[in-house]
Ligand binder design. Sequence first.
Ligand code: 9WN
Length: 441
Amino acid sequence: MIEDELEAVVRAGKSVLAGNDLGRWTKPAPNLYPHQWNWDSCFIAIGLSHYNFDRACQEIRSLLRGQWSNGLLPQIVFNPEGDDYFPGPDVWQSHRSPDAPKDVQTSGITQPTVLATAALSIWRNAPDGRKDEAKSFLQETLPHIRHYHQFFYEERNPDGDGLIVVIHPWESGTDNSPPYLDAGKRVHMAYKPQYTRLDTRQVSAANRPSDKDYDLFVYLLELMRQDNWDQKSYLGHAPLQVQDVLFNSVLCRANLDLAAIAEIIGQDQDEPREWYEQTRSALNRRCWDDEDGMYYDYDRVAGRLIKIDTIAGLHTLYGRVAPEDRAARMIEVHLLNPKLFWPPSGYPVPSTSLSSEWFNPENYWLGPVWIGINWMLARGLSSAGRPELAATLTTRSLGLVQRSGYREYFNPYTGQGYGTEDFSWAAALTIDLVAEMGEPV
Ligand code: 9WN
């Protein structure tokens, strides 16, 4: 891309973020997602950190309003003025838990933890004259980040080995990704939940999770709600428990970033380093399949790996989980394979392998490309000593948004965009990718 084109992409990205800005935080999309989402806001803060230090800090402070007293940082902090989203606060009823905050309503589950990574970006990208303020920001946020990570190791670590369990597909951030639908098949639904979907009024049903998937999502929500969002009690009988490779890898990276934050402000780094080691080695022990040369999610209820090739396994690059030999094998055999994750004339990286029986190029997490995923994979490739591949993936991702705009997800063969328009994280992370190329933003 030439300089003018890069400039135009950045300008358009900033205008998407400004359009979705509600003053103190940013919604993920103009209409489809009217509340504040956890990992979306962290990605948004990373983009903002390049050109608006104050607003980036504010994005994170707003998100932290939703933190529970047990450390959980919820998937959604509800906007009292936001409607048209199902399930809303009346369905979640977070106030049933004594741990939930009193002054805001939230959902009762979390999302992949990008908080430490966002805070560290804010410090790194702070203008020279504002480094002291950035350091104070880290001092202010570190206890919250630590408490959030502690939540995982205390409440979601049922085997005590640091392999964190995800109990709801929405918690994974990759909602209808095939491992969740596969694990979902084993959930016995005692009744069919009654509800009305609102998402398919805005986006074609062909591009969204199916009604059957939504039955599973809502059933699991209602089941956990019956336990008043009590983690221990729910984990004792939760019918869906996935030790998700993406989720755990993102946590590994976040632990390293938390350690870096502790170092910057002169605090002890042992705890996050120890958490990182535990989760990294548990992933390598339990989730690596040596025959296939891939990491797979582990179904803790069924007691076995879910051998479906998705982007989850590739996130071990981002999390600095995969040792050199495994990383090299996974990159050659899976990532760069034109039949799996690198469509030769299309757009890498499809969320589910092109050869999987689950693959669908037009439906949500069953195949489309997501900018947030490519961003993590590009960072992962750089960490794995493959900067040239990271650069190629960045260029292809920029080509995608240039072709189709800031859509939510894209067809890996044609680049056609689907889902909402003006998707905030696509805009924010594109700005970050351009900045990482050394271009002004
Ligand atoms: C449920 C907001 C969120 C993202 C998720 C993405 C999608 C929500 C939905 O949108 O999920 O959390 O209603 O489908 O899957 O990753 O955070 O952008």
